[in-house]
Design a protein around this ligand. Structure first.
Ligand code: ADP
Length: 189
């Protein structure tokens, strides 16, 4: 059996010098976790490999250290769970499961297309959580592209209405950390 030593994603383990567009003090402020008490939504936006998942997980680690209940999944996983729950007549139970967590981290918005039923179910989750529970969302797509991401501009607008009301938006512009050994491939780095 091979050992699985997954390096923990922490704030301490994040190299802020690699990502100069990112204001370190904003991340340190988020790590104080007041956004969880206030039920706010944190959006981490930027191209692939810029550390959005790392930072989302690191803030989740801080919340767990502070005794908070945290759940993390990709948008595709969340929607898959909602679709199954609805099919089994257990949607209210599944929504309660998500909402028992004081922080819900939903990663990778924008990579995979969302089915119409999936977008509708995700809206139900967001609506049930609105002004009650904090979230961290990561996406490689700007808000203007959410109509495409969710396959429906009306649902996207309703989602954004709720997800931008009490929101903190952090935009990272920079090079992929995954490609850092190949700086010749990265323009202007
Ligand atoms: P994204 O979610 O933006 O696509 P990730 O957070 O998954 O990017 O980052 C890709 C990999 O690079 C991960 O292993 C992550 O831990 C690492 N990484 C990204 N940015 C940094 C950084 N500034 N310092 C240290 N590790 C980083």
């Amino acid at each position: 059996k091979t050992s699985r030593l997954v390096p923990m994603k922490t704030i301490e383990g994040f190299d802020f010098s690699f990502q100069p567009s990112l204001d370190r003090s904003r991340i340190i402020a988020l790590a104080q976790l007041d956004f969880i008490e206030r039920g706010e939504v944190v959006h981490l936006l930027g191209p692939p490999g810029t550390g959005k998942s790392h930072l989302a997980t690191a803030l989740g680690v801080e919340a767990v250290r502070a005794g908070k209940r945290v759940y993390r999944a990709s948008l595709a996983e969340v929607i898959d769970m909602l679709v199954r729950a609805e099919r089994d007549g257990r949607l209210p139970e599944r929504l309660r499961f998500f909402n028992r967590n004081s922080l819900l981290i939903i990663d990778e918005i924008g990579y995979l297309p969302v089915t119409p039923g999936g977008a509708n179910l995700f809206f139900q989750l967001v609506n049930s959580r609105y002004e009650k529970g904090a979230m961290i969302l990561t996406s490689n797509r700007g808000f203007a592209e959410w109509g495409d991401v969710f396959g429906d501009p009306v649902v996207a607008t309703a989602l954004l209405d709720r997800l931008l009301h009490h929101a903190i938006v952090i935009q990272i512009e920079g090079a992929s950390y995954r490609l850092r050994a190949h700086t010749d491939l990265i323009p202007e780095h």
